[in-house]
Design a protein around this ligand. Sequence first.
Ligand code: GUN
Ligand code: ZN
Length: 445
Amino acid sequence: DGPTVTAVRGPLVRILADPFRAGSEEVLKYTADALLICADGRVTAAGEHAALRHRLPAGVTPVHYPDHVIVPGFVDAHVHGVQTAVMPASGADLAGWLEQRAFPEEERFADAGYAREAAAVFCDQLLRNGTTTALVFGSVHPGSADALFEAAARRNLRIACGKVLMDRNAPDALLDTADGGYAESKALLDRWHGKGRARYAGTPRFAPSCSPAQLEAAAALWHAHPGTLLHTHVSETPDEVEWARSLFPGRAGYLDIYDHYGLLGPGAVLAHGVHLSPAERDRCAATGTALAHCPGSNLALGSGLFPARETAGAPRPVTVGLGTDVGAGPTFSMLSTVYEAYRVAAMCGAPIDIVQAYHLATRGGAAALGLADTVGSLAPGQEADFAVLDPRATPLLARRAARAEDIEELLLVLAALGDDRAVRATYVAGRLAHDRDTAPAGGNG
Ligand code: GUN
Ligand code: ZN
């Protein structure tokens, strides 16, 4: 048998280079009538339909999406798989929200049945929002990560996940120990890392919930298993920064805690980083540590405004992805989150353009997760993960999109006025995984 070939046809958007770093080369590539050919889950050709149609094997008819926009599948670079039921953060500051809402919900994941049901809902939400890759926090319970890996494998989603490590400053029911957490993480890693599209992410919750011994254990596991990720939070709110410093008085600052314990480097993804100093951002760049910008969450908690342009566009740039941070964040929609990033940058006085915002949601996130060559840009050879956006999904979108004068304006309108309704279809590895118009009512929603 030859390879399994699939194809789609329609308007196609690709980002060819990092728009925060690019010089004069072409960054945004728009093909009004494109053909995307996939074989065995990978892109084999992408470009003008007229130029590529002869490469379609006999019998393969492309699925045609005229008047839509095909984009690379979104990468959610920071999301909690165990907080869907308590989204969004409300009323309280970070510590208050964790105590009142997030921790009580996470306690429910001791129940494997609850974890399985929640994981299915979570993965369906990713797909219906066009998200095909995600870096996911579990709860402290290994079963929460098993459930997420299983649900993702059934859908062929590319997820990296881990059970949370936390041995202090949380309810007793949610605490592990440095040694126990290591052993549980190692067992999950052995079970899942590299199986299909799954990857393991060591997940110390954040410095305030981890003893020095636990941070050492997290570093030991990560260093012993190249290719795994290290996923945590840093400098999200001013109070949290003070708290972290008070718990580690010997360290120069919040980032230096992770630096000291060997938790920075390529494959480390730190959520937020809103209050990092320029020197700390530079240290992220120097070590290859990535940040996950979570603008919706930052606005919900009043955490602050992440300076995306200063960070991703610094002379020594930091790799930045975009995260929904559900459940503090208010939406699974990466389209909406793209628009939040756009607005937060404007509020910072250092605006980003819409192509930079989409870059964060695709190529940037892929780079953060060490997947720059694997997903995020639909370059030939990459895995064929993509979303088909519908500019006529709602009456308002249709009316506004009709006035868009170019593809940049259309992308802005889709981000500002769109959400899961504007995701007509989601493909993973060349195969249809979500179809808005045939998704079972409730079942996939
Ligand atoms: N910092 C540590 N844990 C969390 C969490 O669950 N949500 C957010 N937003 N920040 C955190
Ligand atoms: Zn988070």
